[in-house]
Ligand binder design. Structure first.
Ligand SMILES: [Zn+2]
Length: 363
């Protein structure tokens, strides 16, 4: 039995990191292709361009989905511009597209998240969607990003909903890692979870419980505070290292099931993962104390605890069964749970979670 742990080459976090981008990026190359989301560029493109100083820079707008077509387009552009390094700037999908394009181009990749909405930035994983936005597959890359630059001023300037969604994604980390460890399954790192991964996953959860609410309020005020810094680290670094070297289990598989329902498309990855984490805990038969602690946390920061908060006010039983069927598709991470799972069990756990969520709102 092997244990394994992987991580990005370097992770740098703080207010105003963008202003020092050249110092960090020039070590990887001086001809830079930036794949930027429209929103990120509008918000801080000037700052990034200035921060890149004397580097040669080509900026390309991200098409909106991390699809195979989009990845190929960026790959071709990297050849055309003679890029030595690809920089992804924006949200999870833009970053994943940059990572995938860099891999196919055999170039180093720098990830600059504009929000702290998921644990994608640090990982050696790109989630591929169809051009219509449905989950297609995980692309497992041979290494993590060479560099992650996390500018907390960008997070503070973005809607709080993104930070909250990041907390939802980070919420799953500890519980998925524990399931994988108990089941003795391998992670994306290529072995069973290390003690380091489990400790990081624990710290991730503790940080959310301790600082999550304060961080949300700080972002609503547009302020960078120590609580915000802690939660950004939990959402991005701890959750990223934790899920990758600690493993994924039911929560992310159930999330993938939800993406098949049109009504959930307006909701962010982390929002669906938060609810799916609750479903995982119910499915696992966790204690009342733990389930209500997580429910209360979700409620306190505005993460969904009911189906209606995911756009599914009156779900039909066959819709929930469809989520269950997709969550239990061959190769899904739900099989990292330490017990047998089927679609009907998932559908029932979803219904029960919705009822618990509804009960705390009714007081
Ligand atoms: Zn996730």
């Amino acid at each position: 039995m092997l244990t394994a742990f992987i991580s990005p080459g370097k992770y740098v976090q703080g207010a105003d990191v963008l202003d020092q981008a050249e110092d960090f990026i020039k070590q990887l190359g001086t001809n830079v292709l930036i794949l930027s989301s429209k929103t990120a560029w509008k918000m801080a493109g000037d700052r990034l361009e200035q921060g890149l100083g004397d580097l040669t820079v080509t900026v390309e707008e991200f098409g909106g989905e991390c699809s195979k077509i989009e990845i190929k387009r960026i790959e071709d552009l990297a050849v055309e511009t003679g890029a030595e390094v690809i920089v992804g700037f924006g949200g999870g999908k833009a970053l994943d597209a940059a990572k995938a394009a860099a891999y196919y181009s055999n170039l180093p990749v720098v990830v600059i998240p504009s929000i702290a909405a998921s644990d994608a930035p640090c990982s050696a994983l790109a989630v591929i969607y169809t051009p219509a936005g449905e989950f297609e597959e995980y692309l497992v890359l041979p290494h993590n990003p060479n560099l992650v630059l996390m500018d907390t001023n960008l997070v503070a300037a973005s809607p709080a909903r993104f930070l909250v969604a990041g907390m939802g994604d980070a919420l799953a980390t500890k519980f998925e890692a524990e399931a994988v460890f108990t089941a003795g399954k391998d992670t994306l790192a290529g072995g069973v979870p290390t003690g380091a991964a489990l400790a990081l996953a624990d710290l991730c959860y503790e940080t959310l419980i301790e600082y999550g609410r304060m961080a949300k309020v700080a972002v609503e005020a547009g302020a960078v505070t120590p609580a915000l810094e802690q939660v950004v680290e939990a959402n991005t670094l701890l959750s990223g290292l934790g899920f990758e070297s600690g493993g994924l289990a039911a929560a992310h598989a159930i999330h993938n099931g939800f993406t098949a329902l049109e009504a959930t498309h307006d909701y962010l990855h982390g929002e669906k993962v938060a609810f799916s984490t609750l479903v995982q805990l119910v499915l696992e038969g966790q204690s009342t104390g733990l389930i209500y602690e997580v429910l209360d946390f979700c409620d306190s920061v505005g993460l969904p605890t009911t189906l209606s908060q995911l756009g599914l006010a009156n779900p039909r039983k066959d819709e929930l069964l469809k989520v269950g069927q997709l969550a239990t598709a061959a190769g899904e991470t739900i099989y990292n749970e330490p017990f047998p799972v089927d679609a009907a069990m998932v559908a029932d756990a979803i219904l029960a979670t919705d009822a618990y969520g509804t009960s705390i709102k009714e007081g």
